[in-house]
Design a protein around this ligand. Structure first.
Ligand code: C2E
Ligand code: MG
Ligand code: MG
Ligand code: MG
Length: 278
């Protein structure tokens, strides 16, 4: 009986794996058709500077409007996109969409586009960025490319690509700063313009004093010393915002100040006279 049971259990287990594999295959196939079907969207989250006023930038964030599952965040499909290589055409689509949308905005904000490791390890990226700029008419200085530390694992290729991108005059931001394992020398080595401090450092910031405050003071001090601009992401409450302002952070992003919006809703926010934030 034990043997039987063992065998049955094995069969059930196999079926589960089979189901998971076929769901993945189906999802990958659906994703491969998403650009053509027009089910991908780019939403925009505003970024503010201290002292009030309208947003100075927006981060382009990918969404997938799945026919049955609804509006999906990147955590639901980015891994599939990376593994299948679909992230390359999808990333290109996001880049071109974001440049075109930004040109249509009521204010000349920067638009920040996230890049994946696959895109960064391909020298074709540089031509793609150049073409997205010239086709849309977006000035290069208004495009910022966000790169995570883990993306820089292959230093040699990344360095060549980043140098070529800098030569185009686009801005470079190191995203999710503090979550990777890069040495400080990375920051100068790759010539970033901006650090984005990861939400993990902002979340614990809930009261004066304490370790969270000390860590942020050090990170912001570091950015200053290296003459890098500094954006805090994931600001959800007023205490966090006030503390980051006092610590001298340059720019602020988070649900407290504005959630990601469709392009139409984002531009309506920009056009409204009361579009003042922080
Ligand atoms: P990220 O680049 O660090 O983007 C910030 C994420 O934090 C976004 O999640 C944003 O919606 C979320 N966020 C902003 N403010 C708050 C807040 O106050 N509280 C909380 N809890 N979250 C906040 P989202 O849109 O789900 O994107 C997740 C990640 O997916 C991004 O992290 C980025 O790494 C990746 N991603 C998004 N769009 C693209 C894309 O077009 N290409 C690539 N390669 N990656 C993308
Ligand atoms: Mg980002
Ligand atoms: Mg980030
Ligand atoms: Mg993050």
């Amino acid at each position: 009986a034990a043997k039987m049971k063992g065998r049955n259990t094995l069969v059930v287990f196999d079926e589960e794996i089979g189901t998971r594999v076929s769901t993945r295959l189906r999802r990958t196939h659906e994703l491969s058709e998403a650009i053509r079907r027009g089910t991908l969207e780019v939403h925009y989250q505003p970024v503010f500077e201290a002292g009030g006023g309208p947003p100075v930038a927006a981060e382009a964030l990918l969404r997938w409007r799945h026919p049955h599952l609804g509006l999906l965040p990147p955590s639901d499909f980015l891994e599939l996109a990376e593994e299948s290589g679909l992230i390359v055409p999808i990333g290109l689509w996001v880049l071109r969409r974001a440049c075109a949308d930004a040109v249509g905005w009521d204010r000349p904000l920067r638009v920040a586009v996230n890049l994946s490791v696959r895109q960064l390890n391909d020298l074709g990226l540089v031509d793609a960025v150049r073409k997205a700029l010239s086709d849309s008419g977006l000035p290069a200085r208004r495009l910022e490319l966000e790169i995570t530390e883990s993306t820089l694992a292959d230093r040699r290729i990344a360095r060549r690509v980043l140098e070529a991108l800098r030569a185009l005059d686009v801005q470079l931001a190191l995203d999710d700063f503090g979550t990777g394992f890069s040495s400080l020398s990375y920051l100068q080595h790759f010539g970033f313009d901006r650090l984005k401090i990861d939400r993990a450092f902002i979340q614990p910031l809930l009261q004066p004093g304490g370790q969270a405050m000390a860590m942020l003071r050090a990170v912001i001090g570091l950015a200053r010393a290296l003459k890098l601009q500094c954006t805090a992401e994931g600001i959800e409450d007023a205490f966090q915002l006030r503390a980051l302002q006092e610590l001298g952070c340059d720019a602020f992003q988070g649900y407290l100040l504005g959630r990601p919006l469709t392009n139409e809703a984002f531009n309506a926010l920009l056009a409204a006279p009361e579009a003042v934030g922080a």
